[in-house]
Write a protein that binds this ligand. Structure first.
Ligand code: G6P
Length: 475
């Protein structure tokens, strides 16, 4: 897109992330069909449009996206984006794949979520080095895209692990800009981070430290970053460190969850659950290794094994939406989720009762429907930057919902008091917490839900974004 018309130009505020607010597919008659992007980052940033005239710079991720870039020069139609100004970068597909699949999702994501099975992985050889070069090129493309869009002295907020090298690269190109970096993931403990080759580990840290301010979702992740900098670089230099715990968007959720399509999905879910008095345990995730879906199913199975009184009286509604399917381990994990759900259903299911109702096709309206009718929400990640599901459920819930929450989710720092907190590796403890949640007296459940909703919405996305902007400008 070198010859793309620079239709935005001169932006005062810019945001950069790998995934943008929308993605395209080429449909019938070559028409482009648009879909909202998924994941916590997009949910958070989608609220910024009305608050600022920010330009959101993102990457073309699919063939449809690249076609949209070809047709528009990269400045997307605001009709498609809910009014948000978006500049999509057409990055060479092989370079993007090596950077996104090879480095961002297979190395940096694995390090920060501590997902490696270390006797075999990681092993950083020549393939890694080639992918790392692609990662540098991809970050450089973002730095150049931002440099071209930004007005003199503009504020640039760079998002997440995909773009850790951008702050340093952008500072080289445009020393006049104020640059922030925000991590939506955990940050690895120093002993784990040191698994990366030393030069790469330093490059990652120096990249982030190219920002005037590096911010995180919780104090825990910010401290881990500082510890890595102390360990490998002897400190964080002049870069300020901040914490902004992204909250749920109460106004949006309350309005959206009472539309007709959600009512329809509630009726259909009730049909699948059956029996009027059946309790409902809900989980909603990307099918993501760190979300711990398989252990969650095993814990539910243990509940049915150890406490037979629940058989026929509870249904586990589990939504596991496709994610990162280019990676073999994600495909295998997806298959394992399906297998364990099937096992439970054939073990305990009856003609009148399906113990696990599993859906794998992404449907936001159905997620909201499940939030509304849940008695219990299971949020048990191995490690999670924040986890917005834990924050959305109490806001949307119709009759109060008990929250079983992993202590390794960032949301634990804000919601820990009124959730039933679990060690995500402990199946027995998770099964016990499910039992406790299912038997929680209704008034207690309602009270807790109210407090959870208040804590979950204390920093709405628009405010979260404006706070970061203000903190950056104050430097
Ligand atoms: C997490 C990351 C986001 C990412 C999202 C969805 O929330 O922090 O940066 O966009 O997962 O993952 P994907 O690979 O589909 O963008």
């Amino acid at each position: 897109s070198d010859h793309a018309p620079q239709r935005h130009g001169g932006a005062r505020v810019l945001v950069a992330s790998n995934r943008g607010p929308v993605s395209y597919t080429v449909g019938e008659n070559d028409a482009l069909e648009v879909k909202r992007g998924g994941g916590g980052l997009v949910s958070g940033l989608s609220a910024i449009g009305p608050e600022t005239d920010a330009v959101w710079v993102c990457a073309a991720l699919s063939d449809g996206d690249r076609e949209a870039v070809r047709r528009t020069g990269g400045a997307l139609d605001p009709e498609d984006t809910g009014g948000q100004r978006v500049r999509m970068l057409g990055i060479d597909p092989d370079t993007h794949a090596a950077a996104y699949n090879g480095i961002a999702n297979s190395v940096l994501w694995f390090v920060h979520h501590m997902l490696y099975q270390t006797p075999l992985e990681p092993a950083f050889g020549p393939e890694f080095r080639a992918q790392w070069a692609a990662f540098e090129a991809y970050n450089q493309a973002f730095a150049e895209g931002l440099a071209a869009e930004a007005a003199h002295g503009a504020d640039v907020l760079v998002q997440d692990y995909h773009l850790v090298l951008v702050p340093g690269m952008l500072r080289e190109l445009r020393p006049d800009l104020r640059i922030g970096h925000f991590s939506h993931t955990p940050w690895a403990p120093a002993d784990y981070f040191r698994m990366l080759p030393d030069d790469v580990a330093r490059q990652v840290l120096r990249g982030v430290l190219g920002a005037d301010r590096a911010a995180f979702l919780t104090r825990r992740w910010a401290d881990a970053f500082t510890a890595c900098c102390d360990d490998l670089l002897g400190g964080t230099g002049a870069t300020r460190i901040g914490v902004h715990g992204l909250g749920a968007d109460a106004d949006f959720l309350r309005e959206r969850s009472h539309r007709e399509d959600v009512d329809e999905r509630m009726a259909s879910l009730r049909g699948q659950i059956g029996g009027e008095d059946r309790k409902v345990v809900v989980r909603v995730d990307r099918t993501e290794l760190s979300k711990n879906i398989v252990r969650g199913l095993h814990a539910y199975r243990l509940l049915l094994t150890d406490r037979p009184e629940w058989r026929g009286r509870v249904t586990h509604v589990a939504f596991a939406y496709p994610s990162r399917q280019d990676l073999a381990v994600y495909r295998e994990y997806t298959a394992e989720v399906q297998r364990v759900a099937d096992t439970i259903n054939s073990e305990y299911g009856t003609p009148e009762w399906t113990p696990v109702v599993l859906h794998v096709k992404d449907d936001f309206a159905r997620s909201l429907a499940a939030y509304r009718l849940a008695d219990v929400a299971l949020v048990n990640p191995i490690r999670d930057g924040m986890n917005l599901v834990a924050k959305e459920v109490p806001v949307v819930s119709d009759n109060g919902c008990a929250l079983v929450l992993s202590r390794e989710a960032g949301a634990y720092e804000e919601l820990g008091e009124d959730a039933l907190v679990v060690n995500p590796y402990d199946l027995g403890a998770t099964a016990e917490a499910l039992h406790e949640a299912l038997t929680m007296p209704e008034d207690e459940r309602a009270e807790r839900t109210k407090r959870l909703a208040a804590a979950a919405t204390s920093l709405p996305p628009a405010q979260w974004f404006l706070d970061q902007l203000e903190a950056l400008r104050a430097i």
